[in-house]
Design a protein around this ligand. Structure first.
Ligand code: NAD
Ligand code: ZN
Length: 357
């Protein structure tokens, strides 16, 4: 048995209004006059948050288009743009949802690693540290703020740059920043966390480390989406910590069936992570009976519409492509179904599951 020895985020600040400390936090990380680059979710273009960013010297705000989830081509273009303009930078600060945080991690790595980010999609392929990286979530749920990966769609696959150099050097957890997220988006991203918990807690890789975080995250999700009847500042605070703990839980376990199938949808149809997971979770009674029952209750209670019929009319070749992507995620299946997963999840069975979505 080889135990995972994983790298974590180096510094964490938590609290309502902690964003205001950003200038002070970044000051010791500045290298001469090399600028800090603030990669900010395009939603905040023209919004008050953008004017609160503590710009100094040649610092620059780059608004990230997250209409689609991050691509290796987008990462490479951003890194090239920064290298052409500045040579080197002091750091990359990602402010936004999981997409923007992943972009910031990947661009930070590609400021120093040669070639294309597509060359590093996989486990432990990144060889040298990137520049200083900080992550500031404005949506809670993905756990991207704590994870050692950055999920990218590349020329041949959707896979993260998973390495010890990937985690942020600093995260700023300020629940105030998530307050204005649209209800549907907040639900889908929040359910990403709920699903992380179910997949981790019901998985075969579970140990006390991931259980202790998973149970806490699950409890916080239940408070927010099952027990409470309104959304307030406390809900934002609870969900932000749920996201963090959910991410810590999967750091020492793995996700499962919902993620494995949802990656297939995302690769072929561009379905976004949060909503894709929900579309799949809706049909996973066989694998996660209690979790799916509670999930459906939360969907109803929060008046959310989960799309159905998204695989209608797809060709055999389309199904094959989605199944290839999904089946390729071996650790996820092994966590969900055990060592003999291939005997349980046959291609036939997976095809029938995709057809239901
Ligand atoms: P997102 O970052 O894709 O953003 C979704 C939408 O919400 C966007 O339109 C964005 O502009 C908007 N938005 C963000 N913050 C907002 C706010 N405060 N108010 C209003 N609108 C806001 O959504 P997400 O669910 O946070 O992230 C999904 C991404 O995270 C996917 O790309 C997925 O692959 C990635 N992910 C990464 C990890 C990891 O470990 N690295 C884990 C899970 C998911
Ligand atoms: Zn997820």
């Amino acid at each position: 048995m080889k135990f995972r020895n994983f790298k974590m985020v180096s510094y964490v600040v938590y609290g309502r209004g902690s964003f205001n400390q950003l200038d002070e936090i970044l000051a010791p990380q500045r290298k001469g006059d090399a600028p800090m680059i603030f990669l900010v979710d395009h939603f905040f273009n023209g919004k008050p948050l953008a004017s609160r960013i503590p710009l100094r010297g040649k610092d620059k705000i780059v608004f990230a288009d997250v209409t689609y989830e991050p691509k290796t081509t987008q990462v490479d273009a951003l890194a090239k743009q920064l290298k052409d303009e500045f040579g080197t930078v002091s750091g990359v600060i990602g402010i936004g949802g999981g997409s923007t945080m992943d972009l910031a991690k990947a661009v930070g790595l590609m400021m120093t690693n040669p070639g294309s980010s597509a060359d590093y999609q996989g486990w432990d392929l990144v060889k040298v540290p990137g520049v200083y990286k900080a992550g500031i979530p404005t949506l809670s749920g993905t756990g991207a703020e704590v994870s050692r990966t950055t999920v990218l769609t590349g020329p041949t696959r959707k896979l993260g740059m998973n390495s010890d150099f990937t985690p942020f050097d600093q995260i700023v957890l300020d629940p105030e920043l998530t307050a204005d997220a649209p209800i549907n988006q907040r639900f889908y991203t929040g359910m990403d966390c709920y699903i992380h918990c179910i997949e981790s807690l019901e998985g075969t890789f579970l140990n006390e480390f991931s259980k202790s975080y998973g149970e806490k995250a699950l409890q916080l999700c239940q408070k927010v989406y099952v027990e409470r009847d309104h959304w307030d500042a406390e809900s934002d605070e609870m969900l932000m910590m749920a996201s963090y703990a959910g991410g810590m839980s999967i750091a020492y376990s793995q996700v499962g069936v919902a993620h494995a199938v949802s990656y297939g949808l995302s690769y072929l149809l561009g379905t976004k992570h949060g909503i894709g997971n929900c579309i799949v979770m809706n049909h996973l009674e066989e694998y996660y009976p209690a979790g799916v029952k509670e999930f459906k209750y939360m969907v109803e209670k929060n008046n959310i519409e989960i799309p159905t019929g998204i695989c209608k009319g797809l060709s055999d070749a389309d199904f094959e492509k989605m199944m290839d992507v999904s089946m390729g995620l071996k650790p996820l299946w092994e966590n969900a179904l055990g060592k003999d997963w291939e005997k349980i999840m046959t291609r036939d069975k997976l095809r029938r599951l995709f057809e239901k979505l």
